[in-house]
Design a protein around this ligand. Structure first.
Ligand SMILES: [Zn+2]
Ligand SMILES: [Zn+2]
Length: 594
């Protein structure tokens, strides 16, 4: 629902030529209201909807229409008028809805490819009111953001929600036994090519038809009995593969990849007189001639497995077991040593969502961009099974939303009272400090010593030389009251690159003082990145996986940080918030003494 309202806002912005248009703001407000809603939107009546803050009568009607019919007439008509490519144009900095309208009208430009071509052949520069300078700026913006057309890779912040949504919808269908997303999203690569979704069913036709009828589907590229390819409204290619239930595991393994990992598995199979493809692991006849022998790298399986004796196919674990391996986590499958480590039983015990016992970076409406009350955030954490929670509203140096000393002390009393009243969760009263350009922090040392937990983050000065950036972050790590460094690089994927750091120095300082490095669960951040996590894991750094939630639903984002930690190969025991409260508290005490 929130996504549909967001799209409605974007399309209205293009249609009316202004981001300030009344209706644009109305849809955006409604989107925010839905995003932070903790009740089921489908269960709300018209009047209940219009009583929600940010939702007017006419938007409430559209929401009901969407719940009842699966779409909105207004959205459909705008989609028909403004194809997906135009929405992409809006992401180019310096290109507003008015200009986009003009480009369509005068030059017939309706997507990024069209814009790039027009910059290249000088048509933008020749346009009155735009000119050479604008053409140059647009080109630079496109280059910097790595924006390009359908050939480009899709970031996880687009791919993961889409994958989760599609799989959830497919699972609801009658004839679907199993549905999972595969490919590089499942491996949690930072960007993906297209999205692979697998469905196990005995009725491929019914499932394919239902898939094509989903609201996300904008265009069918091709559709057959086992594979259907579509484009979504925001231009992502999705390949749906329909497989018989008995070979679901083999298909999931095959389509998850990576290619390099699968090649290693096929070689292993051949050495055991077996052959592996997307249907099964099967026994080769004794007299089979295997083209290229066991070292053949990327050849397709040497024969049709239909007539062979199946050894394993239903689950991935069955297939790995038949190859004398434990199941290997999807996030690890890159042929980067994971097979050797599994064989030698030296592989890390990877963290799972169920291992997480607390969340240590959370905002409330006490600081500017938080959207839920302190009481609701705490209730949300308890609902999610947390034993402890770090409340870390913004500190005073953040101009837009920081809290003063007096405010912090008032909040601390409320937190203590709430903890006592509830008795079901340990609350760490904290703050998210701002690491100044010189490594200084908000408030003063004495005031900082009064907190239970402190996250320090870079929120400004992103383009200083690497030595300066390293020095400011190391200074924060060495501060006695700081317990964790938030979103280490401060990057926003697709918007802003992170600060440059001498990672070795930063991670060694963290290992020395015990200060945790945060694995921020926001998909636009993925910060620390999997590479930084891998490097830190090897250096004995302690990590925390934190949501940086600004609303109650965002408390669910832990799964993203968990996936990134798994991709980084981090051992569960190096994640402090997997520890029971007593161990966690004694560790916090040690960090603050170090
Ligand atoms: Zn922050
Ligand atoms: Zn934050």
């Amino acid at each position: 629902m929130a996504r549909a309202l967001g799209e409605l806002a974007t399309l209205t912005e293009i249609d009316e030529g202004s981001p300030q248009a009344f209706r644009v703001r109305a849809y955006q407000n409604a989107q925010r209201a839905i995003e932070t809603l903790t009740r089921d939107v489908a269960a709300l009546s018209m009047s209940e909807l219009s009583q929600l803050k940010g939702i007017g009568k006419s938007t409430a009607a559209k929401i009901r229409e969407y719940v009842d019919t699966g779409t909105m007439a207004k959205l459909e008509s705008l989609r028909a008028k403004h194809p997906a490519g135009k929405q992409e144009l809006l992401k180019v900095p310096g290109l507003g809805p008015k200009t986009i309208g003009l480009l369509d009208e005068l030059l017939g430009i309706r997507d990024l490819d069209g814009l790039k071509a027009a910059i290249a052949d000088g048509r933008i520069a020749a346009l009155p009111g735009l000119g050479e300078k604008t053409a140059e700026n647009l080109q630079r913006a496109i280059d910097q953001l790595g924006l390009s057309s359908k050939q480009t890779r899709v970031p996880l912040y687009v791919a993961v929600p889409l994958a989760e949504r599609l799989v959830a919808r497919l699972r609801r269908l009658d004839d679907v036994e199993q549905a999972e997303y595969a490919g590089s999203v499942r491996r949690f690569r930072e960007t993906i090519g297209d999205l692979d979704i697998l469905v196990a069913t005995t009725d491929p036709t019914a499932v394919t038809e239902a898939f094509l009828a989903l609201d996300e589907v904008a265009e069918t590229i091709g559709s057959g009995t086992t594979k259907t390819s579509i484009l979504t409204n925001d231009g992502v290619q999705v390949d749906l593969r329909v497989v018989p239930p008995e070979s679901f595991g083999a298909a999931l393994l095959y389509f998850t990849g990576s290619k390099a990992h699968n090649i290693r598995l096929r070689q292993r199979a051949l050495k055991r007189g077996l052959t592996l493809n997307e249907y099964a692991l099967a026994r080769l006849p004794a007299d089979a001639e295997v083209a290229g022998g066991a070292d053949d790298t990327d050849a397709p399986p040497p024969m049709d497995t239909a007539d062979l004796e199946v050894v394993a196919q239903r689950t991935e674990a069955d297939i790995y077991a038949a190859l004398d391996l434990p199941w290997i986590a999807a996030e690890q499958r890159e042929d980067a040593g994971e097979i050797e480590a599994s064989e030698a039983a030296t592989a890390a015990t990877l963290v799972t969502r169920e291992d997480i016992r607390g969340d240590l970076h959370d905002h409330t409406d006490w600081s500017g961009d938080g959207r839920a009350s302190l009481e609701d955030m705490v209730a949300g954490a308890v609902e999610r099974g947390h034993a402890y929670l770090g409340l870390t509203d913004h500190a005073e140096n953040l101009r837009i939303s920081g809290i003063s000393r007096e405010g912090m002390l008032r909040q601390r009393r409320i937190v203590r009272d709430l903890e006592q009243q509830r008795g079901d969760i340990r609350l760490f009263h904290g703050a998210e400090l701002n690491i100044g350009v010189d490594g200084s922090l908000d408030y003063d040392a004495e005031f900082l010593a009064g907190y239970d937990w402190l996250v320090a983050s870079v929120h400004s000065h992103f383009t200083r030389p690497v030595a300066e950036q390293t020095a400011r972050v190391v200074a924060a790590i060495r501060h006695p009251s700081v317990t964790a460094i938030g979103h280490l690089h401060g990057r926003m994927i697709g918007k802003r690159p992170g600060i440059e750091l001498d990672l070795e120095q930063v991670l060694d300082a963290a290992a020395e003082t015990g200060t945790a490095i945060e694995i921020n669960c926001n998909l636009r951040r993925l910060d620390a990145s999997a590479e930084v996590i891998r490097e830190g894991a090897g250096r004995g750094v302690t990590f925390v996986i934190s949501t940086d939630a600004h609303s109650v639903p965002e408390l669910d984002n832990l799964r993203h940080g968990v996936a990134n930690a798994r991709r980084g190969g981090l051992d569960r025991d190096q994640v402090a918030n997997t520890w029971p409260l007593a161990r966690f508290e004694s560790w916090v005490g040690q960090v603050r003494r170090a």
